[in-house]
Design a protein. Structure first.
Length: 246
């Protein structure tokens, strides 16, 4: 059986690959990718028999990427919904893994795959989308409250070029201003639209719309030039894969 893994958290993808190899040594891993666009391309070109897809990834969600899977590919979605969602998927007999994935749950998933008793990708997508439609999902953050002296300034998230961690605060860079938020970057990331804002460093999140180009040097380091800021931004090696096509 030929298998694809797609997860933007590289450590989790590597860990999942190792555990699957122990549970099912006969598997052939055709690719391990870390963003939705790469997953879509791999599904279309490599035609794996099985695909483990994270739902929330940069560039494209696992849901959308799964549409590129051929009719014989069985999709296992990996995500972080609550226990109610897990129960719903279990009753629907849909392959689904909740992060962090337990050894017992992964073993059960592998047994289902071996027995070829899982649903087709189209059925999986329909059931998952039905569950998502019934779920109450928080909307991405649209406005920021930044303290400027004694004044609270409202800033539209769409105006932000990038965020940068500053101890317990977060520096916000717009086209013509540098502001400070009292919210740590780690908390802020969870409230941002992952398709609009990409984390490119442990302490930096950039607006995708602001990226003008990505420069690669001979050592594999990547720096970004922005459309509305004069400074360049460094990309850590952990996130350099996001810019392979640029």
């Amino acid at each position: 059986m030929r298998i694809l893994i797609a997860d933007d958290e590289q450590n989790l993808a590597s860990d999942l690959q190792k555990r699957l190899m122990r549970l099912w040594p006969e598997l052939e891993f055709v690719s391990v990718v870390h963003d939705g666009l790469a997953a879509q391309q791999a599904l279309a070109e490599l035609t794996p028999d099985i695909a483990f897809l994270d739902i929330r990834m940069p560039g494209m969600s696992g849901l959308d990427a799964a549409r590129a899977a051929n009719e014989n590919c069985r999709v296992v979605f990996v995500t972080a919904f609550d226990d109610y969602a897990v129960e719903a998927f279990e009753q629907a007999a849909v392959d689904y893994l909740l992060k962090p994935v337990s050894d017992e749950r992964l073993a059960r998933c592998v047994e289902r795959l071996k027995q070829r008793s899982t649903a087709t990708p189209d059925v999986v997508l329909i059931r998952l989308q039905q569950l998502l439609a019934r779920s109450v999902k928080p909307q991405p953050l649209r406005w920021l409250r930044a303290q400027v002296g004694q004044v609270v300034r409202m800033v539209a998230v769409d105006e932000v070029c990038y965020f940068q961690s500053a101890d317990k605060y977060t520096a916000v860079y717009t086209r013509d201003a540098e502001l400070l938020l009292r919210t740590p970057l780690k908390e802020l990331i969870a409230q941002l639209d992952p398709e609009q804002f990409w984390q490119i460093h442990r302490g930096t999140v950039v607006s995708v719309n602001q990226i003008a180009n990505a420069k690669h040097d001979l050592l594999g380091r990547v720096t970004l030039t922005l459309r509305e800021r004069s400074e360049t931004i460094s990309v850590s090696r952990s996130y350099a894969y996001l810019f392979r096509q640029m």
